[in-house]
Design a protein around this ligand. Structure first.
Ligand SMILES: CC(C)(COP(=O)(O)OP(=O)(O)OC[C@H]1O[C@@H](n2cnc3c(N)ncnc32)[C@H](O)[C@@H]1OP(=O)(O)O)[C@@H](O)C(=O)NCCC(=O)NCCSC(=O)c1cc(O)c2ccccc2c1O
Length: 277
């Protein structure tokens, strides 16, 4: 399936494209297996906000540039260890950050579908990124795994608790405690990804899934996404789900009567609306 991407904005560490209701965010540091630094995360955050605010966009594809010169592919190898210091990953401003956690929350709360397209390595914080995406399409060369306990890190948030939701607590503990690498087929078998396709068909498959989703009701998809996340995300999840209820209520005559009455300085006539069973 071919699609004519248009560059939406130029960045240093990512590529950002749009076409036909789909946004594509590509981590573009293949020399580092697409490991992220704070700037990479800031740029991704900005692109995701842009996609959220654009009413034409219903699906975001998240992927990694590649292959690198050595022929290897990567979705993302997590935080750039060469700039990791006390208290986080240090950017050009000298401030250490773990700002990928902000990005994780943004992806989960985005009222649109986010699909990870994974070719090659999805490792460490890069693995967590695909885990929190709504759907994952893996290339047949994809390799999944956590490295935290090997490199002196851990993600005790969504990276572990939500992973356990996907693959079950025993498997999630195995992934974190042993730091092994898993093939695309193993990932499919444990429910970590939705499907596996040949690497040269990865983007086309992602576009196909996106186009199928775009035929569906935006409000239904929006409410379903927040419903899927609500219990895991606690009060923030309930806030999101309830926000969608308010949004729908604002689109309703009954809600409009309250606002109109206020503006017209008259008592509201809510007696015209039924108390539904
Ligand atoms: C991904 C690999 C398994 C690939 O191995 P391979 O042998 O194919 O390639 P190389 O190892 O030779 O790598 C090629 C080239 O890329 C550089 N590189 C790869 N990954 C990183 C990285 N993460 N950081 C920096 N640089 C990287 C590598 O140095 C090579 O460069 P040369 O100049 O030497 O050519 C393998 O590369 C690998 O295991 N990578 C490390 C994976 C890893 O441990 N990632 C970090 C985990 S911790 C994390 O991501 C993390 C981030 C957060 O922001 C958090 C926030 C809050 C809580 C937790 C967090 C967290 O855990």
């Amino acid at each position: 399936m071919t699609i004519s991407w248009t560059a939406a904005k130029d960045y240093e560490d990512i590529l950002y494209h749009k076409a036909d209701g789909i946004a594509k965010i590509t981590i573009n540091r293949p020399h580092k297996r697409n490991a992220f630094r704070p700037q990479t995360v800031f740029e991704m955050y900005e692109a995701f906000v842009d996609a959220r605010e654009d009413p034409e966009i219903g699906v975001v594809l998240l992927t990694g540039a590649g292959p690198h010169h050595d022929g290897k592919y990567a979705f993302c190898a997590g935080g750039d260890q060469s700039i990791r210091d006390y208290a986080g990953y240090v950017g050009s401003d000298g401030i250490p950050r773990l700002n990928v956690l902000d990005l994780q929350r943004l992806i989960r709360s985005l009222p649109k579908v986010v699909i990870a397209l994974v070719a090659g390595y999805a490792i460490g914080g890069g693995h967590v990124l695909h885990v929190i995406c709504d759907l994952t399409i893996a290339a047949d060369n994809a390799i999944f795994g956590q490295t935290g306990p090997k490199v002196g890190s851990f993600d005790g948030g969504l990276g572990s608790s939500y992973l356990a939701r996907l693959v079950g607590p025993k498997k999630a503990k195995e992934i974190w405690f042993l730091c092994r690498q898993y093939s695309a087929q193993e990932a499919l078998n444990m429910g970590l990804v939705n499907t596996v396709v040949p690497v040269d068909q990865l983007e086309a498959e992602g576009v196909r899934w996106a186009q199928e989703i775009l035929q569906k009701s935006p409000l239904a998809i929006r409410c379903l996404k927040s419903a899927f996340n609500a219990d895991c995300d606690g009060q923030a999840g309930i806030q999101e789900l309830a926000g969608n209820a308010t949004l729908l209520y604002y689109m309703n005559e009954e809600s409009n009567e309250g606002k109109q009455a206020f503006l017209e300085k008259r008592p509201p006539n809510f007696r015209q609306f039924p108390w539904r069973p």
